[in-house]
Write a new protein. Sequence first.
Length: 515
Amino acid sequence: MNRLLIAGAAIAIAASVYAAPAARAVEPGQTAPAFDLRLVEGRDDARSEELFPRHEHTFLVFWRSSCPHCVESLLGCERFYRVYGGEDITVLGINTDDGDRLAARGTIESNGITFPQALDAGGMASADYGVPFETFALILVDRGGIVRGIRFDPEGDAGAAMEEMLREGSVAVAGSAESPVAPAESAVPAAAGSGRTFSYHGLQRIRLLAVDAQGDDATGLYGEPANTQRGVQYRLEVEGSLRLAKSLRAGGLLRISNEGEEVLASGPEYLGSEWGSAFAEVEARGFVGRLGYYDIFMTPLTLMLWDWDDNPRIGGNAGCGCGGAAAGVLLLESLEELGPVLTFEGALATYSVSGIEARAFYAIPRRAIETSYSAYRFGGDDRARYSQEIAGAELRWQRLDERTGSFWKAEAHAIASFENENSVDFAALGYTGADPRVRTRTLSFTAEAPIMRYVRLRGEIIALNETEEEGILNQNLEYVDETRTGNGGIGGIAIDVRPGASLLVDYLRLSRDFS
C-alpha cells in the first residue's frame, strides 16, 4: 500500500429557496384555494368545501417536521385551539413532510398536538396558498371561504398571533360592505382547487475546494478517491411536482453541477444521470406507491452507515482503494453530504396506519459498466462491472411513552442484493475471465427505549448476515463459490441535552467474519 497523506479545506454555501410568484398566491379578501388532503390520523379527508362552511373562522397552519421553529410554533397553536376551538373556530394543521409519515405522526404525538392534521405531500396546497418552502404560516379563512389574514413565521407566541388575526379579521368583516375580491392570477399553471397544482423548490451550493494528496491512488479517511485539485465546484438542484389527480402526483429533479458523475456513482445520491431524475406517485388510504427516485434510510448496519446520523462506511480500505463488500452492500465513497438518507432509483411502497408502518423497496444503485479490455488496460477507463440490484423491506412500530415524552420503538429490517450476471458479457468485451458475482442477505432488529425524560437507550442486532461470492478463481485455477456469515451489533445511549443538542454514545462490535 502506498503511503498516503491527504489534507483538504472546503467552504460550502447551501440555501433552500422556494420559487414562488412575486406576489403571494392569495391575499386577504381573496377566495381561499380549495384542497382535498388526507388526514394523518384515520382514513378521512380534510376538504375545504366541507371545512370552511362548517365554522365561522378556520385557521390553516402550514408546518414541516424538519423546521424547529414550526414545531415550536405548533405548541402555541395548540394552546389557542384548547381555548377557542369549537363550532365557531377551528384549526387545521397542514404538514408538508414528503415521505416519513411515522416521523410526522411522532412529532404530533410527542408535542401533545390534538387539533386535526392533514398531509400535503409535495407541497401542493402550500403552493396554492403561496407558502414558501419550510416556512411556518398561519392563514385565517371565514365561513364564506374568504381569506381574512396571513402571517408567515410570526414572531413570539403563535397563539397570540392567531388571537390578533382573529380580531383583525372580525373588524374587517364587520366594516366591509364590499363583495369578496376575486382571486388574482397566479404563476401556478392551473386554477386553485383544480387538482393540477405545481410546486417546486431548489438547493444551490458553491464550494471553494483545495486538496493536497501524496502518493498514487490517494484515498481519504473512508476510502473515497482523493485527487489533487483546486477550484470552484457548484451544484444547483430544482425539484418540482405536479398533482395530476387527487391520488396521483408526478415530478422530477433537475441537477446542474460540475462535480462529475463520480459523485453520483459513490453515493449518497445514486442517480443514473447527472442531470437528475423523475418520479410518479400514487396514494390511496394509507398506501403510497412510487416509481422513480426516492429517499430512504433504514439502519446503520443494513445500509452500512457509520451510525444513526452519518453515512460513511465502516472501516478503512482494502489497500486497492475499493474497500470490501459491505453487510449493507453499499460502499459509500462520497462525503459530499453526511446524513442517514440515501437516494435510490427504482420502486418504493409504503403502508402506514396508527403507529405501524410497513415499507418495501427495489433499487438499482449501481449501473453496469461495459468497457472493453483494451480500453481498460491501455486507456485508463474503469473496468467492466455488473449492475447491482437491491431489494429491502421493513416493519416499524412506535408508541408514545407519556412518562418521558419519548417513544418506544421496535423495527425489523431485511435487505438483499445481487450483481446481475446478465448485465455484462465479459467474454465479448475481451476479458479472459468474468468478475466474481456478489450476493448478500441481511436481517436486523432495532429497538429504542426511553429511560427517563431526554434519555433513551437504542440498539441494533444483526440476526442474519450472509455474503456469497460466485465465480472466484482459486489457487488451482478453478472457479468456486464462497459463503461468509457473521454477526454484529451496535448499542448506546442518547441524551437530549436541549432541543438541537444531544450527547450520543454508541458501542459497535462486529465479528471477524462479518462481511
